[in-house]
Design a protein around this ligand. Structure first.
Ligand code: ACO
Length: 166
C-alpha cells in the first residue's frame, strides 16, 4: 500500500471509496473544490492491481476553513484545517492506513497552509473512528452537536492542536 498526495485524477476513485464506506457523500464538484483550493491537503492510499493499475483503497479529504464560523466564541481568525472525509476500504482496515493518511495530511496542512489546529465531526456511534481520533491521534472532544447528521445522529465535534506536530 502506497500513501501519496491526491491529485485531480484521483477524485473519482476517492468518491467511489466514499460512496462505499460512508453515508455522507459529496458531489464531484466538492471534491474538485478541495483539490484545486488546497492541492497539498488530501491524500490517497493505493494498491497495484494484478493488471498493473492503481486502485484507491483509502483517502483523506481535507481543507482549510476560511472563517471562524464553526466556533462563534473564537476571537480573530486563526488558520485551521478541517477533515471533510476519511475512509479505508473494509479489507484494508486495521493496518494503520487511516492513521498514516491523517498524519501525512496534517503535516502538509501545517507546512503548506499554516494550519494551527484541525477540526472534524464524527458520529458518536463510530467506535473505530473515535478510537483513531482520540487515542491514536490525540484529538480532544469539543462538544456534542445534536442531530448533526441527516438521520438525526449526534456528532462529536473534535479538535487537535497542530502547534506541536503529530
Ligand atoms: N474498533 C476499535 N478500534 C479500531 C477499529 C475498530 N473497528 N478500527 C481501527 N481501530 C483502531 C486501531 O486499532 C488503531 O488503534 P491504535 O493506534 O491504538 O493501535 C487506530 O484505530 C487506527 O487504526 P487504523 O488501522 O489506522 O484505521 P483504519 O485504516 O482501519 O481506518 C477508519 C479507520 C477510517 C475509521 C475505517 O474504519 C473506515 O473507513 N470506517 C468507515 C468510514 C468512517 O467511519 N470514516 C470516518 C468518518 S469521520 C470523518 O470522515 C471526518
Amino acid at each position: 500500500v502506497q500513501i501519496r498526495e491526491a491529485t485531480v485524477h484521483d477524485l473519482q476513485g476517492m468518491q467511489n471509496a466514499n460512496l462505499t464506506n460512508l453515508p455522507e457523500n459529496y458531489t464531484l464538484k466538492y471534491y474538485l473544490y478541495h483539490a484545486l483550493s488546497w492541492p497539498q491537503g488530501s491524500y490517497v492510499a493505493t494498491v497495484q492491481t494484478s493488471s498493473g493499475e492503481e486502485r484507491i483503497v483509502g483517502y483523506v479529504l481535507a481543507k482549510m476553513e476560511d472563517d471562524n464560523n464553526d466556533d462563534p466564541n473564537a476571537g480573530p481568525y486563526i488558520p485551521h484545517a478541517h477533515i471533510t472525509s476519511l475512509s479505508v476500504m473494509r479489507t484494508y482496515r486495521r493496518m494503520g492506513i487511516a492513521a498514516k493518511l491523517l498524519r501525512q495530511a496534517l503535516r502538509a496542512l501545517v507546512e503548506s497552509y499554516g494550519a494551527q489546529y484541525v477540526s472534524l465531526h464524527v458520529r458518536q456511534s463510530n467506535k473505530a473512528a473515535i478510537h483513531l481520533y482520540r487515542e491514536t491521534l490525540k484529538f480532544e472532544l469539543v462538544e456534542i452537536e445534536h442531530s448533526y447528521y441527516a438521520d438525526g445522529e449526534d456528532a462529536y465535534s473534535m479538535k487537535k492542536d497542530l502547534k506541536e506536530l503529530v
